[in-house]
Design a protein around this ligand. Structure first.
Ligand code: NDP
Ligand code: MG
Length: 383
């Protein structure tokens, strides 16, 4: 039985994580749950899983009588203090955005393993997180499906050098759209992902393909792979979740239905695979798998993300901060869809190349980028 803290418990990944706990109650005991402001949803989860501690960034008006035995934490760093109090074996972070970085770093200090869905913490603090994990000999297990696929393929590595990583991308809802149509896409269109059901921020990131750019950076940090040896290939069926290529030309892939409970469950049980309650892959029904090169012209966010990581230092932090602000503004109908890439581009053009030496450098660069992004977003529909 492993004890588990779930951060972002009320979200898409958080709920699917708890679904796995429901199916394997003999393997996992939830000892801590955290969310941002969805108090009622968190209350229901606490009634069901009875954790020792819980955290909310936004303090609710009252804690129901029956939930007062739980130790409560509120405010910006509530999850960090909660992790310190419970010291769970495993911490699964499914927070969205750079907001997950402090808790990811704390999880390494106080817990045994970090199961990481929150890719933005690696995009912004990758060197710090992976450096601390290495120093403390704590594993960072990927939850993101592509990185889980690579991690699973690497179980067959046996000391052999890798030639490259091949990340698959669905291409998102605008894969076949003309550039002008993409530019004026609505939030409803951007939120209609063809193969995956996810939270709103990552769904918009998939539509711009910023998500794949963030994943290239995530793979670079997780697997220590140089950027020029990480390829992206569009594979609309989302059945091959990613691949690794060895020196002899052999390519290993991990396949399955697009269901996040598979990579989440692999990280939770690792190295033991947990029986899966979902649909199984039916090759005859699938019929064909297709592949195409990504179009950097129609999807400039992918190109900008890779270039930002090449520039290094605070540049990927600025990219992420600008993107978080721009996606939020797009979802509030303040800027057009095409404006997301233009906000990011404008912020990057104003970001001086600076090194990251400590986590405060990351937060400072994030604040600066968000302020610059807000100034661009203020132009509204003309962005
Ligand atoms: P959701 O928006 O569905 O859920 C986000 C969760 O994080 C909610 O529980 C939310 O709480 C909490 N949260 C939001 N903001 C903050 C904050 N500032 N501080 C603390 N907690 C916060 O997101 P997803 O589950 O889709 O994604 C979570 C992460 O996993 C992202 O980094 C995403 O890129 C990654 N990921 C997601 C996949 C998916 O299939 N969904 C696939 C691969 C990676 P509240 O409900 O109170 O707002
Ligand atoms: Mg992914």
């Amino acid at each position: 039985m492993r004890t588990l803290a779930v951060l972002g418990a009320t979200g898409s990944i958080g709920q699917q994580t708890l679904d796995i706990v429901r199916r394997a109650p003999d393997k996992f005991k939830v000892t801590a749950l955290a969310a941002h402001s969805s108090a009622d949803a968190l209350f229901d989860l606490i009634r069901e899983f009875r954790p020792a501690a819980a955290a909310l960034v936004v303090e609710p008006r009252a804690i129901p009588e029956d939930l007062r035995a739980c130790e409560w934490f509120f405010g910006e760093n509530a999850a960090v203090r909660m992790l310190r109090a419970v010291r769970a074996d495993d911490v699964l972070s499914a927070v969205v955005g750079i907001a997950g970085l402090p808790a990811a770093l704390e999880a390494l200090e106080v817990s045994g393993r970090l199961l990481l869905a929150n890719k933005e913490s690696l995009v912004t603090g990758g060197q710090l997180v992976m450096g601390r994990a290495a120093a403390l000999h704590k594993p960072v297990l990927p939850v993101d499906s592509e990185h889980s696929a690579i991690f699973q393929c690497l179980q067959a590595q046996q000391g052999n050098p890798l030639r490259r990583l091949i990340l698959t991308a669905s291409g998102g809802p605008f894969r076949t759209w003309a550039k002008a149509d993409i530019d004026s896409a609505t939030a409803a269109q951007a939120l209609g992902h063809p193969t995956w059901k996810m939270g709103p921020k990552i769904t918009v990131d998939c539509a711009t393909m910023m998500n794949k750019g963030l994943e290239v950076i995530e793979a670079h940090h997780l697997f220590g792979m140089p950027l020029d040896r990480i390829d992206v290939i569009v594979h609309p069926q989302s059945v091959i979740h990613s691949m690794v290529e060895f020196e002899d030309g052999a390519v290993l892939a991990q396949l399955g239905v697009p269901d996040m409970r598979v990579p989440i469950g692999y990280a939770m049980g690792c190295p033991v695979r947990i029986p899966f309650g979902g649909e199984r892959l039916d090759f005859a029904k699938l019929g064909a798998m297709t592949f195409e090169a990504p179009d950097m012209e129609r999807f400039p966010c992918l190109r900008m993300a890779v270039e930002a990581q090449k520039a290094g230092g605070v540049t990927p932090v600025a990219l992420n901060g600008a993107n978080e602000e721009a996606v939020g503004a797009f979802l509030k109908d303040e800027i057009p869809f095409g404006g997301i890439a233009r906000v990011v581009e404008a912020v990057l053009s104003r970001t001086p190349g600076r090194n990251v030496t400590c986590v405060e450098d990351v937060y400072e660069a994030d604040r600066t980028a968000r302020a610059a992004a807000k100034a661009v977003i203020a132009r509204g529909k003309t962005v």
